[in-house]
Structures are given as C-alpha cells and as structure tokens.
Design a protein around this ligand. Structure first.
Ligand SMILES: NC(=O)c1ccc[n+]([C@@H]2O[C@H](COP(=O)([O-])OP(=O)(O)OC[C@H]3O[C@@H](n4cnc5c(N)ncnc54)[C@H](OP(=O)(O)O)[C@@H]3O)[C@@H](O)[C@H]2O)c1
Length: 220
C-alpha cells in the first residue's frame, strides 16, 4: 500500500525540519511547506542531498497542504492562528497534526496556556469540526529528530478522533518514537504545559533536550 503524503508546514524550521527528515527517511512522500516557495524549495534541496532516495517536494504552505493527505503544522505559537487560517480551506476532511506549544517569550520555562485551553484546541477551533486535529510531538527536542540516533523520548498523542490518533501513533513509530494515545484534545493542555517544564529541566541540569518516558507495561 502506498504511504500517505505528508505536508510539513514550517518544514523549514527546527521541529518541522526534523519531522520531515525522519518521515522522508521512513519512505513517506514529503511536501515541505513555507510562506515562500523559494524557502520551501531550498529546504527540499537540502533534504534531497541528505536523503537522495527520498521523495521530497516543496511548496508554499497552502499548496503543500493541498497536495498532502496528512498535514503537520510546526510554527511558533504567535503565528499558529494566521498559518491555520491559510490552511483551513485545503485541509477540510484531513488529519492535521498540531505540534504547537503556547510558548510566550521570554518566559518559555513557565507554563502559559492560552485562554482557549491549549494550542491544540485553538487549532480545532480555527480549522473547524471537519478536520481531525491531533496534537503531538510537543515534548521532543527538534535536535533529536534531526539526527539518526535512537530517541529516548515518548510522544503523547491527543485528539478527539481515536482513529486519527492511531494514525499519528504509527507516524511517530516510523519516526523512531514510542507514542501513546493520551486521550481527547483537551488533554493537549497538559502535554503542552510539560514542554515548559522540560525547557526548565534543560536549563537547570544542562540537558541537551530532555524528554519524557512512560513507565509501566501495557496489559493484555
Ligand atoms: N524546536 C523544538 O525543539 C520544539 C519542540 C517541541 C515543540 N516545538 C513547537 O513546534 C513549533 C515550531 O517550533 P520551531 O522551533 O521549529 O520553530 P521555528 O524553527 O522558529 O519556526 C518554524 C517555522 O515557522 C515559520 N514562521 C516563522 N515566523 C513566522 C511568521 N511570522 N508567520 C508564519 N510562519 C512563521 C517559518 O517558516 P517559513 O519562514 O518557511 O514560513 C519557520 O521555519 C512551535 O510551536 C514550538 O513550540 C518545538
């Protein structure tokens, strides 16, 4: 069966670039999205040089999302809303993976959730109920994804559509990450908040990208 085409909006940046790298390496056709086609094509060329066998394209954000089955959005919180507005017409009926954390510089080590509850809930609100929004990858440092080493960090996946959560859990596995179905999208507030705690741990203990691991084994 052919693999889903994934658009990575903000695939020119740190986290998006890392996700694009891991998924391209796993054989997914990738479309890197950017506000400018020129930047998207430059990121495409870089990824093609790293992974000559990979199927990678680049396009301006809406064009990238239009060509994809699944869309991962990886932009700073301050630009999440405007980016989602651009994507809204072309992502209806699709799965959108929102990676946003409501970080409000300069106090990024302090949990500062938005009045709406979380960035994930904002994504659902902006995109509408016909889009299956799944929130994930908030607790993984970009540098780990943009590498070939094994990643000692789990992913908590939240979203109101169970099947869509499972799709993202499989995508995380293909990126080399153990992921867990962590309940409804409202739970993304806790996952996003955790990121500020990890940033604080990185600072205090000089950890180059701390993460979380769920202990305990699933029962049968
Ligand atoms: N970095 C991490 O380790 C990490 C870890 C977990 C979660 N996250 C979350 O993932 C998201 C992306 O983080 P990041 O560190 O990858 O961000 P980033 O590298 O600073 O930016 C990602 C992309 O966002 C786009 N962007 C920048 N300014 C913009 C604007 N004014 N309007 C619209 N788009 C703009 C840019 O793409 P174009 O210029 O090509 O359009 C940029 O390449 C954030 O919400 C962050 O909290 C990051």
């Amino acid at each position: 069966m052919s693999k889903s085409v994934i658009a990575v909006i903000g695939g020119t940046g740190d986290l998006g670039g890392g996700l694009a790298y891991r998924w391209a390496k796993a054989g997914y056709p990738i479309v890197i999205g950017s506000r400018t086609e020129e930047k998207a094509l430059a990121a495409r060329d870089t990824l093609r040089m790293r992974l000559p066998e990979a199927q990678v394209e680049g396009a301006e954000n809406a064009g990238a999302a239009e060509r994809a089955d699944i869309i991962a959005v990886s932009v700073p919180f301050s630009h999440q809303h405007s980016t989602l507005e651009v994507l809204k017409p072309v992502v209806q009926g699709k799965i959108v993976i929102d990676t946003t954390v409501c970080l409000q510089p300069p106090k990024v080590g302090r949990v500062q959730l938005p009045p709406e509850g979380s960035a994930g809930l904002i994504a659902q609100e902006v995109l509408g109920s016909d889009v299956r929004v799944v929130s994930a990858f908030q607790n993984i440092a970009a540098a780990h994804l943009d590498s070939d080493h094994e990643i000692d960090c789990d992913v908590l996946v939240t979203g109101d559509d169970k099947e869509a959560r499972e799709v993202v859990i499989d995508l995380a596995a293909d990126a080399g990450l153990k992921a867990w179905s962590a309940g409804p999208l409202a739970n993304s507030a806790a996952v996003e908040g955790l990121t500020s705690i990890l940033i604080t741990l990185n600072r205090i203990y000089k950890i180059p990208g701390s993460g979380i691991v769920v202990t305990g084994k699933p029962g049968v």
